[in-house]
Design a protein around this ligand. Structure first.
Ligand SMILES: [Ca+2]
Ligand SMILES: [Ca+2]
Ligand SMILES: [Ca+2]
Length: 190
């Protein structure tokens, strides 16, 4: 400020203090594509799929940075998964948690909340990878009887093999001390 009414100009200064009040800002969450083999045991952590990062959250407020809380907002209807509230890591809950043949992918919405109650959500997909599972005989071994001196190609007994994996074809073999008497096993689809 200055006046100009006289030969000598006078000036005055004042200091103004502007205080900026911190306002809480919402966290930011990045979703992920996760992956797991089927049939993994409870507590197995899901890993990022090829080309994807893990779930990541950030918050511009310094006080919130290490205090973000993760939760699964929706999509976990079967309670197959749990999320670590502090790290955002997702792991399986149930003993046989995911069956590729029943469902090969899941989609969930994950939420992160800061101390002030502001939140962000992002989607997470879980891809289940197929594992070859052992076949089984539907009918357990039985004692079969037959008459002596029968012609060849007589059906003595029948076993039905099953396999969970849709792409598998089954082969049947006889094992044991007398296996060579019964020369061939015929497989029939049923
Ligand atoms: Ca915040
Ligand atoms: Ca399988
Ligand atoms: Ca199989």
């Amino acid at each position: 400020m200055a006046d100009s009414g006289f030969a000598t100009q006078l000036t005055a200064t004042a200091t103004i203090t502007i205080s900026i009040r911190d306002v809480n800002e919402a966290p930011v969450l990045t979703g992920a594509q996760l992956s797991s083999l089927e049939n993994v045991k409870s507590g197995t952590k899901l890993t990022p799929a090829v080309g994807s990062n893990a779930i990541m959250a950030s918050d511009v407020d310094a006080a919130d940075r290490n205090a973000l809380v993760f939760s699964i907002d929706s999509g976990n209807d079967l309670n197959l998964f749990r999320i670590d509230a502090a790290t955002g890591e997702i792991s399986t809950v149930r003993a046989v948690s995911m069956d590729f043949e029943t469902q090969s992918s899941y989609r969930m919405v994950v939420k992160v909340t800061d101390k002030g109650g502001l939140s962000a959500t992002a989607s997470v997909t879980v891809t289940v990878q197929d594992v070859n599972e052992a076949p089984w005989l539907e009918q357990p071994p039985v004692n079969a009887s037959m008459k002596a001196h029968v012609a060849s190609s007589v059906v003595i007994t029948k076993f039905i093999g099953r396999d969970q994996d849709s792409g598998d074809s089954l082969q049947y073999f006889l094992q044991g001390p007398n296996a060579d008497i019964f020369s061939s096993v015929r497989c029939e689809e049923s």
